[in-house]
Design a protein around this ligand. Structure first.
Ligand code: AP5
Ligand code: ZN
Length: 214
């Protein structure tokens, strides 16, 4: 089953995708993670993408759809979770083609509905383990032992360079202008299911499970 998790920055797409990977064996395809890996590796795509990402703007459709195409065949079996992709009408159309070429089709587009005022706090407080990638938050989810990752025991944590308030505001403007307008495309296909993203991560996960099991 292939699904899209759609929502503004900080809506909880990554949090819910990680849970679906752990509980259902699905594969997370996050274009944000792919782009950050390219930046870290210093590839030509990464060099091009870095300034755009640091500004909170969208990387070109051609680059991200090519990245998804390269990773899609690894995401078979229990299916793919598209996290942060598609983000424009052109990307939505590219994804239709990529899936159709492989005899696949989307089962659901899950829209995480959130109050934007809460998102700035969620994002600016976010940090991750530098070793295993486990996610934490200054207020909502601190490590059980201060300074030590609950999952792998590492003492190294990191924050994303685009997680400052000014860039978050630009990311939200981009979402409203370019990404939210793709919802009608999927509504016309009857694929959209709304989930209240303001509930606790566990409650959001239960709502998503109910949709996937329906
Ligand atoms: P990307 O990495 O996709 O970032 P984003 O969409 O801005 O989303 P985030 O990762 O910030 O948020 P999330 O919804 O995953 O929330 P999370 O679960 O972490 O993209 C980054 C950049 O890359 C873009 O700006 C763009 O430049 C580029 N890019 C990527 N894809 C692209 C594309 N397709 N086209 C063009 N450019 C692209 O949660 C946030 C925090 O809240 C965490 O601390 C978490 O613990 C906490 N939290 C989560 N759920 C809850 C809850 N229910 N209650 C309380 N706290 C919660
Ligand atoms: Zn860790």
């Amino acid at each position: 089953m292939d699904i899209i998790l759609l929502g503004p920055p900080g809506a909880g797409k990554g949090t819910q995708a990680q849970r679906l990977v752990a509980h259902r064996g699905m594969v997370q395809l996050s274009t944000g993670d792919m782009l950050r890996a390219a930046v870290k590796a210093g590839t030509p795509v990464g060099i091009k993408a870095k300034a755009v990402m640091d500004a909170g703007e969208l990387v070109s459709d051609a680059i991200v759809s090519a990245l998804v195409g390269e990773n899609l065949d690894a995401a078979t079996g229990k299916g793919a979770i598209f996290d942060g992709y598609p983000r424009t009408k052109a990307q939505a159309e590219a994804l239709e083609l990529l899936l159709a070429e492989r005899g696949r089709a989307l089962s659901y587009v899950i829209e995480l509905v959130v109050d934007e005022d809460a998102l700035v706090e969620r994002i600016t407080g976010r940090f991750t383990c530098a070793v295993c990638g486990a996610g934490y938050h200054d207020r909502f989810k601190r490590p059980e032992v201060e300074g030590t990752c609950d999952v792998c025991g590492s003492h190294e944590f990191k924050r994303r360079p685009d997680d400052n308030e000014e860039t978050v505001r630009t990311r939200m403007t981009e979402y409203r202008a370019k990404t939210a307008p793709i919802l009608p495309f999927y509504e016309a296909k009857g694929l959209v299911r709304q989930v209240d993203g303001m509930k606790t991560p566990e409650e959001v996960a239960d709502s998503i499970d109910a949709i996937l099991d329906s």
